[in-house]
Design a protein around this ligand. Structure first.
Ligand SMILES: *Cc1c(COP(=O)(O)O)cnc(C)c1O
Length: 432
């Protein structure tokens, strides 16, 4: 709990070397801690609810490799199964029985999914599902929401501009306007804005894609009636509804947000948890739509390593652990203690804050709230969050290095972990 022993000499050395070898020193941008400042930590190993860095510091980890580690890092059953599977080879490039096993588990669990295609990342799943939406409807436009992330494919990298008619301007150099000018955006939780887009673009919109619970703009829940309203609007306009459950799938309930809220989309994307820590994504949905995918149908999409036996094994083992009775109740209980505890500590130390959780997914804003959309989230005190993040890190708590990311717990997190986290939060918040 004391900061004076906190040293990151080896982390700093390794990260300095990494910056000469790889852009920004990382393989994915948010890991570089840019938005909170300070040097990132280089991990050496992970186990259960903990991560150890190369200097030997231990952290209670609330990122869990951004979601997949829901059973706890390096769960012995998952690791053993991966090692056994590896003995038979790591990739076949040919049909493999394990694909059937994971496909059946996904189809049984997720209400909208009647058929599924495995890919290698959430990005690939979202990119492919968009091609499928367009192929099936014969329409080019799509609606996404400000602050929602659907991977880094060109068509989704659209500046979250305000106003209903915001026509996609690319968010990144290298993305031509021609690939994003069919991307329409609306504020999350705003049905009127979606309705206006449908009215302005009659017969042109292939569908609506969203994170049913937003985790990439901080943690934002759908208002009552929002998901049902989208279901109705898409039906009325002959458009498809797509839930991007790469984060929420098997996270907020075994059957994802669609089970939790009782709204069934036409198509769903998955990733993260279904790979059990190995690279996987998937998209699936109504059989009549999925049968358009090659080679059953004409919509082309392929992958050298897709459905490989290692990733399938890690996913199968992880879902087996998750479908044990009581797992989601346990995730909910521990995460509620954490989320409510953080708000309580903020209140006692005089900081405006809001936040919440569903099952093992949570969020916390330095913002009086309520937060209904990205505009609201952006009103948070980012400088305060940066200082909070650093203070927690120095006390052995590893939180997402951005105010605009959700947090995750796992089945390995204990009440003692939560107690220690809240004690650290009390110290840090009192000093802010
Ligand atoms: C993480 C994430 C993605 C992208 O998945 P990658 O495996 O990182 O490509 C897409 N959508 C959502 C909702 C995500 O959380």
């Amino acid at each position: 709990m004391i900061t004076s022993s906190f040293k990151t000499i080896k982390s700093d050395e390794i990260f300095a070397a990494a910056q000469k070898l790889m852009p920004g020193g990382v393989s994915s941008p948010v890991r570089a801690f840019k938005s909170v400042g300070g040097q990132p930590i280089v991990f050496d190993r992970v186990k259960g609810s903990y991560a150890w860095d190369v200097d030997g510091n231990r952290y209670i980890d609330y990122i869990g490799t951004w979601g997949p580690a829901i059973c706890g890092h390096a769960h012995p059953d998952v690791i053993t199964a991966i090692c056994e599977a590896a003995q038979k080879g790591t990739s076949f490039g040919a049909p493999c029985r394990l694909e059937n096993v994971l496909a059946e588990m996904v189809i049984d669990a997720v209400p909208s999914i009647e058929m599924v295609r495995f890919v290698n990342s959430g990005t690939e799943a979202c990119m492919s599902v968009l091609r499928l939406m367009r192929a099936f409807t014969g329409r080019d436009k799509l609606i996404k929401f400000e602050g929602c992330y659907h991977g880094h494919a060109d068509m989704f990298l659209v500046k979250a501009g305000s106003g209903v008619a915001t026509l996609g301007l690319p968010d990144s150099p290298g993305v031509p306007k021609s690939t994003t000018n069919n991307t329409l955006t609306a504020p999350f939780n705003n049905l009127e804005a979606v309705k206006a887009l449908f009215d302005e673009n009659p017969g042109e919109i292939a569908g609506v894609i969203l994170e049913p619970v937003v985790g990439n703009a901080g943690f934002i829940v759908p208002d009552g009636g929002f998901l049902a309203g989208l279901r109705e609007l898409t039906h009325e306009n002959g458009a498809l509804l797509v839930f991007d459950e790469v984060m929420t799938g098997f996270r907020i309930a075994y059957g994802g947000a669609q089970e939790k809220f009782g709204i069934t989309p036409d198509l769903t994307t998955l990733g993260k948890i279904i790979g059990g820590g190995l690279p996987v994504g998937a998209y699936g949905g109504r059989r009549d739509i999925m049968e358009m995918v090659a080679p059953a149908g004409p919509m082309y999409q392929a992958g050298t390593l897709s459905g490989n036996p290692l990733a399938m094994t890690a996913g199968i083992k992880t879902l087996e652990l998750l479908r044990q009775p009581g797992t989601y109740e346990q995730l909910d209980r521990i995460t509620k203690r954490l989320a409510e505890g953080m708000l309580q500590v903020a209140k006692e130390t005089g900081h405006a804050a809001c936040g919440g959780q569903i099952s093992g997914m949570f969020g916390f804003f330095f913002n009086p709230g309520p937060v209904h959309n990205y505009e609201d989230a952006k009103k948070s005190d980012l400088s305060k969050f940066s200082r909070f993040h650093r203070g927690m890190l120095e006390r052995g708590v590893y939180l997402a290095p951005s105010q605009f990311e959700a947090g995750f717990t796992s089945l390995a997190h204990t009440d003692a972990d939560v107690d220690q986290t809240l004690a650290a939060a009390r110290e840090v918040m009192a000093s802010l």
